[in-house]
Design a protein around this ligand. Structure first.
Ligand code: AMP
Length: 403
């Protein structure tokens, strides 16, 4: 059901509280190293202010686990927001309490107050009703623009909505719901899903949900070896999770019953060194020997990327696609030596005439690394949230908003 947005309500002279996702990466001196998430919240913030409202912003940052940790203060975000908006962003000493209430009460239209890290209070993630009350009484209108936490029923994403009369989505959340929602419920066909990454278990729900929706499902990355094993092939020392084997077998069976094209790599780049060790010592990757093989992976060798024949096959499938959803790299893309498959997919997606949706997590990092994010139709801001959405789950933070 479509949700109301800030476009659908009267904001003039209203006091608005907005849940944003300012969970940005910081270095050891609390410098923001990537402000994409702050940038992504600006359209909603500017719109709300232009319409004559005053704005209270709230977010979590990192994992303080219910304790005040000065290194996880949102103060650097207030500063960066001030620079971007060209107005002072008042930094609150906390997110609830008398002092915060007084600061909120004093706000005039056009002014912005940023609350301190929500997760300094354990009540936030516990979705505590009293804590929700305290947040709710700061404003008259609730806006959620934090897709990254929309799959969590927390006080600032779910509890608060029970205490406020007007609860709507911001532009970022609206965009996420539209693109990810359309991709799974109303895609222009053919729909092709590309799934990669390390573990079958984290993507099972997505594969199952897409089995009766997608025309082709391409599986690459570390999780393809569990499928190889399910086909009775040898996989050497490649990534494998025994517990996922029956799941992979079930998916292979279901795909053939449902007539969905399930594409596994034809050829694989393998290496003679341990990938885990490479993360500790990157020089191991430089000296590692690599080979491209088809069929069984020899003992003592490990699969690290899809091979050139697989890349060509994927391109062939993508050429006719009208909608593509991609989640998870095709190989250990953190090392340039094993990033060819992932890069090739990113580059090809950037040039085809289809709706291209990058579903969060490491595939977003890969697309950014190639400098191709702006060539995609939609790059999701939420890892876990986008996976749950693609699984067809109802996200509590979205469900709680006004229809
Ligand atoms: P995920 O979070 O499940 O999307 O997994 C992302 C991780 O999968 C990245 O860190 C990749 O390095 C890793 N990955 C992709 N392909 C492989 C592979 N063939 N072997 C080991 N790890 C892989």
């Amino acid at each position: 059901m479509p949700k109301k947005t800030i476009r659908d309500i009267d904001l003039n002279a209203k006091k608005v509280i907005m849940r944003a996702d300012f969970n940005v990466p910081l270095d050891e001196n609390q410098n923001i190293t990537d402000d994409t998430r702050i940038e992504a919240a600006l359209p909603s913030i500017k719109y709300i202010l232009e319409k004559g409202a005053s704005l209270i912003l709230m977010s979590h940052l990192g994992r303080p686990k219910g304790e005040v940790k000065s290194k996880l203060s949102l103060a650097p975000i207030a500063e960066r927001l001030s620079e971007k908006l060209g107005i002072e962003v008042i930094m609150a000493p906390d997110c609830v309490g008398e002092q915060v209430e007084s600061l909120a009460a004093k706000l005039s239209p056009g002014q912005v107050l940023l609350l301190e890290n929500l997760r300094f209070h354990s009540e936030e993630t516990k979705n505590d009703p009293d804590f929700s009350d305290q947040l709710a009484k700061l404003a008259e209108v609730y806006v959620n623009d934090a897709f990254g936490t929309a799959h969590r029923a927390h006080a600032s994403t779910a509890g608060i909505t029970k205490k406020m009369d007007v609860c709507v989505s911001g532009f970022l959340l609206e965009k996420e719901i539209k693109f990810l929602g359309d991709a799974v419920t109303n895609p222009e066909k053919p729909l092709v899903a590309i799934l990669g990454g390390a573990k079958v278990s984290s993507k099972i729900g997505v594969i199952k949900n897409l089995l009766n929706k997608a025309d082709s499902i391409i599986i690459g990355g570390g999780m393809s070896y569990t499928f190889f094993k399910a086909q009775g092939r040898e996989i050497g020392k490649s990534l494998f999770t025994e517990a996922d084997l029956p799941v992979a077998e079930g998916i292979l069976k279901e795909a053939s019953e449902q007539n969905v094209e399930l594409v596994l790599p034809i050829d694989t780049v393998i290496t003679d060194k341990d990938v885990g060790d490479m993360f500790d010592d990157p020089s191991i990757a430089d000296s590692a020997e690599t080979k491209i093989i088809e069929g069984d992976i020899p003992e003592d060798w490990e699969g690290v990327d899809i091979g050139p024949k697989t890349i060509e096959k994927i391109k062939g499938i993508l050429t006719d696609a009208r909608t593509v959803v991609w989640n998870g790299p095709m190989g250990v893309f953190e090392f340039e030596k094993f990033a060819a498959g992932t890069n090739a997919v990113a580059e090809y997606l950037a040039q085809i005439n289809a709706m291209t949706i990058i579903g969060g997590g490491d595939s977003v990092a890969a697309v950014n690394k190639c400098g191709l994010a702006d060539k995609m139709t939609h790059v999701s801001t939420g890892g876990g949230a986008s996976l749950e959405f693609l699984e067809g789950k109802v996200l509590p933070g979205v469900d709680a908003l006004d229809d």
